[in-house]
Ligand binder design. Sequence first.
Ligand SMILES: [Zn+2]
Length: 450
Amino acid sequence: MRFDVRKKPALFAIAAVVVALPVVAFMAGLLVGTDTQPQVAASATAAKPQAIPTRVREPEYPTPQVRTVEIENGDKLMEVLIKAGAERADAHKAIQSLEGVYDPRRDLRVGDKLQITLGPVDTTTPITGSEPVDYQLSSLQLPKTYDREVEVTRTPDAAFTAREVELPLITEFVRATGSIDSSLFVNGRDAGIPISVLTELIRIYSFDVDFQRDIWNGDAFEIMFERQRNEDDVVVNNGDIHYAKLTMRGSQLPLYRFETSKGTIDYFNEKGESVRKALMKTPLDGARLSSRFGKRKHPILGYTRLHAGVDFAAPTGTPIYAAGDGTVEVAHTNGGYGKYIRIRHNGTYSTAYAHLNGYARGVRQGKRVRQGQVIGYVGSTGRSTGPHLHYEIHRHGKQINPLGLKLPSGEKLGGERLTAFQALRESVYAHFAELAPAPLTAEGGKTLAD
Ligand SMILES: [Zn+2]
């Protein structure tokens, strides 16, 4: 591929005139000789000892050309490179070098911005203004994850080598608070909490909170989460929740992120007890639950002995989670229950899920499932008036009221770990307080808002 980088002829003309007189003899010799040094460069070199060097152009060498290409639907890496100016053979070698580092079929995504650098084949010959410069693929940068990219560079022997590099990111903490008059999801989103963070927030609270019934108008939330910006100050990742608190009809449920004794990360309440329980109170994507304050009429929302379960009104297709670890006992149509799943968790508890739209892949009788794993999707099969999940908890084979069920908490921190947790809790809370917006003050210094 060739790129014509000739400068405007007028500029060269001026330079040539300035140096013309003193170098005529030299030029004459040059032009008849076999030396192929370009004319302008020769003039400049010859002019250096003269009294007017400032007017003379230094020889200009070709510089690399950097292009940014945004991946569109259907783009293939090979074609993108060729279109950007790479030779087919180079593009092929560059892609081969990616093996084990980057898989274009998996890692190349629509919207990715690739930086393709074409370098001059000959970097030692100055630009002449008359000869076009030859360019070749010299390097390539491919975004891989929000914090990593892959760099492909040309080696002196015309091969390519690829390596993964970590991007410099700035981590900051974000505080958000609000009160609920619709749902935690809707009001949280309005308070500026990114959807991925809200989904995680609701998932963490799904052990303790029944998001269909426990949230009331006037309840409140606060949260502190992490996010990363890149060097261009663009938010590239919304990360972990470090602290959250739900206030539900006056009772407070604060949660803190902390390491379990097994070395995994979990959330602990004020007393240092893991929020993880054997069963979830909201065994579906709570972000998609219909608001209890909305106009929509719910199916039966409470619990009656006849109904023997609780209902979650959510759109068709909302993912349903296994409420706890266990084995699938039933996964087939079951009369008025429609498409139905029952999971045995231990010698005591089983849970059942009814009116499903469909089953998740691989969920069938005898299969082991993990807590939180998607087992099926909300639907309205069987005797049902609209899309909802009908959820039952069975204790020793008998249906019990899930609303009243009290399950023991997970790990309880003790000893040194509890002391460490308490220290973290205090520092997290201090950090959260620090992030509070400064009070608005009028000229007289009177506080207008807290
Ligand atoms: Zn029901």
